[in-house]
Design a protein around this ligand. Structure first.
Ligand code: NAD
Length: 531
């Protein structure tokens, strides 16, 4: 049995960082603040937003709408379906701006980033309301998303100050030796819809605070939040052309950006299929291209919580339920497999079964509802398809259907679903569902549970519940996941404390919100000067 790891922590200046506190929604006055912001935002629904290239606003002939997943006839924003030619214009603008922006002093870039954090902090309720309406997040989930965006800004600001000073090296006699971190050039930023502010903002600000210029192509399902964030960047003093915004499909605009010879790096977060497509296209050298494109790719998950026979079963059940059904299971870190030791399998199932009916499903703006709608009709159909597969592969114990009726309006609501006795290699145990569906798998003991957890093409998050330090040591040694949690849920990574990124086909393990993230947006130059 491996011994517990006992390495004293090495403190870096980044340990001074503190996370943005969460709002306390138990206080009626706090709820009132967020409901007032909702009313304000409701008055701004259905507006048209244009692409932003340098100081120009450009519309495309074709438009698309982003819709409220809780009420699908409600238009949140109207956006341009940009053409590949518009994507190329945006890259040209970013390339023109780069030679100037790369020279902007680090202190200035950091100051602008801190202003971005300050404005987000001031407008937390408003951004949360936009997210609640555009992607169906409950207010607590939406507020946590804004807090994470603020954390990324503050953390990367602090990190840039250190990176900007260069890395000290051993000095050779008669020389001054230094390692400096230079920006790369034009970065294409391609985020998903499920953390429409935090991930979109995190990747974008990391790129420009490191001295790069950006073409941002947001997800079409959350394009309004990106457009509003873009406005905020201008208010914070970010010069035009440093970030350029083009909206449109991944297949047209996303690919055009990825294949453009002037793009130096791609920061992508999204599905495995899109990530692999980007990886392949980015690897091909376009005519005139002078570099190997750097691809920072964070992808899907099939995250497992393993419960040992000696675990605190109530804590495990709470952690599994929170991880599986928070934001309707639409987190890359969501627990979609509970792998439970035989000795406590039936007991844990009962505890899960008793908790699930207490999860109220309904409007994301209703504070009493813990679950809202899934993002769109396509997602709903896909999830219901997996539920059908799951029913044939296991035993349906809860949920298993779409929720309809007057209180569900025209939203895409799916009941929290529990399917037991799923085999480790069943499709429901292997493929990412990205919805409120939990597969429960039986294992003999922790060692077998870890083997089942690792038998996946993904490797993003994972958790183990056990009271035995030897078991926890085994989990530390053998659980192959980028973010491992012991005796806690597998969602809710905090910037700074939980650098985030996955193994295997979950991505390039970039560790967003970690001490080395900004370096991914730079290239190191070693300078030796004879003195
Ligand atoms: P998606 O892959 O469909 O889209 C993500 C972004 O990529 C969008 O902006 C989309 O327009 C664009 N895109 C799609 N195909 C493209 C292509 N071929 N070339 C260039 N761009 C393309 O993902 P989604 O539905 O927006 O998000 C959900 C997925 O994201 C899930 O798989 C989830 O696990 C994953 N995710 C991962 C993390 C992580 O940190 N690992 C975080 C959040 C979400």
């Amino acid at each position: 049995m491996p011994a517990a790891i006992d390495i004293p922590p090495v403190l870096s200046p980044l340990t001074a960082f503190r996370n943005e506190p969460y709002a306390d929604f138990n206080r009626p006055e706090m709820r009132a603040v967020y409901l007032a912001a909702l009313e304000k935002v409701r008055g701004r629904l259905g507006r048209e937003y244009l692409c932003r290239i340098g100081d120009r606003s450009l519309g495309a002939n074709e438009k698309f709408q982003s819709l409220n997943p809780a009420r699908s006839s409600e238009v949140i924003g109207i956006h341009s379906e940009a053409t590949p030619a518009m994507a190329a214009e945006a890259v040209a603008e970013a390339a023109r701006t780069f030679p100037c922006w790369r020279l902007a002093p680090v202190a200035n870039r950091v100051e602008i980033l801190r202003r971005v954090a300050g404005l987000l902090r001031e407008r937390k309720p408003e951004f949360a309301a936009w997210m609640s309406l555009e992607v169906g997040k409950s207010f607590p989930e939406a507020e946590a998303d804004v807090a994470e965006a603020i954390d990324f800004c503050e953390f990367y600001a602090l990190q840039m100050l250190h990176l900007g000073a260069g890395t000290p090296l051993p000095q050779l006699p008669g020389e001054r030796n230094l390692l400096v971190h230079l920006p790369l050039g034009v970065v294409a930023v391609i985020p998903p819809w499920n953390f429409p502010l935090a991930i979109m903002a995190g990747m974008t600000v990391a790129a420009w605070v490191a001295g790069n210029t950006v073409v941002l192509k947001p997800s079409s399902d959350s394009a309004t939040i990106a457009a509003i964030f873009y406005e905020l960047l201008g208010e914070a003093g970010l010069p035009a052309g440093v970030v350029n915004l083009v909206t449109g499909s991944g297949a047209a605009v996303g690919r055009a950006l990825v294949e453009d010879a002037r793009v130096r790096a791609i920061a992508f977060t999204g599905s495995k299929a899109a990530g692999l497509d980007i990886n392949e296209r980015a690897a091909r050298s376009a005519p005139g291209q002078r570099w190997i494109k750097r691809a920072i790719l964070e992808m899907g998950g099939k995250d497992a919580i393993v419960v040992a026979a000696d675990a605190d079963l109530d804590a495990a059940a709470d952690g599994i339920v929170a991880s599986a059904f928070g934001y309707q299971g639409q987190k890359c870190s969501a627990c979609s497999r509970a792998i439970v030791a035989d000795a406590v399998y039936d007991d844990l199932l009962e505890r899960l079964q008793s908790r699930i009916p207490k999860i109220r499903v309904g409007s994301p703006q209703d504070f009493s509802c813990a679950m809202g709608p899934v993002i769109h009709a396509r997602a709903m159909e896909k999830i219901l398809g997996y539920i059908e597969i799951g029913k044939s592969e296991g035993r349906l114990l809860a949920g298993g259907k779409r929720l309809t009726g007057p209180e569900f309006d025209e939203g895409f609501y799916i009941a929290p679903t529990l399917i037991a006795d799923v085999a480790p290699r069943a499709r429901l145990a292997q493929e990412e569902v990205f919805g409120p569906v939990l597969a429960v798998i039986r294992c003999r003991d922790l060692a077998e549970g870890l083997a089942i957890a690792n038998d996946s093409e993904y490797g993003l998050t994972g958790a183990v519940y056990s009271r035995d330090p030897q078991n926890l040591a085994l989990a530390r040694r053998d659980f192959h996941a980028g973010n491992l949690y012991l005796n806690r849920k597998c969602t809710g990574a905090m910037v700074g404390a939980h650098p985030f990124g996955g193994f295997n086909l979950s991505g390039t393990d970039s560790k967003a919100g970690g001490p080395d993230y900004l370096q991914l947006f730079t290239q190191a130059q070693s300078i030796a000067e004879k003195i």
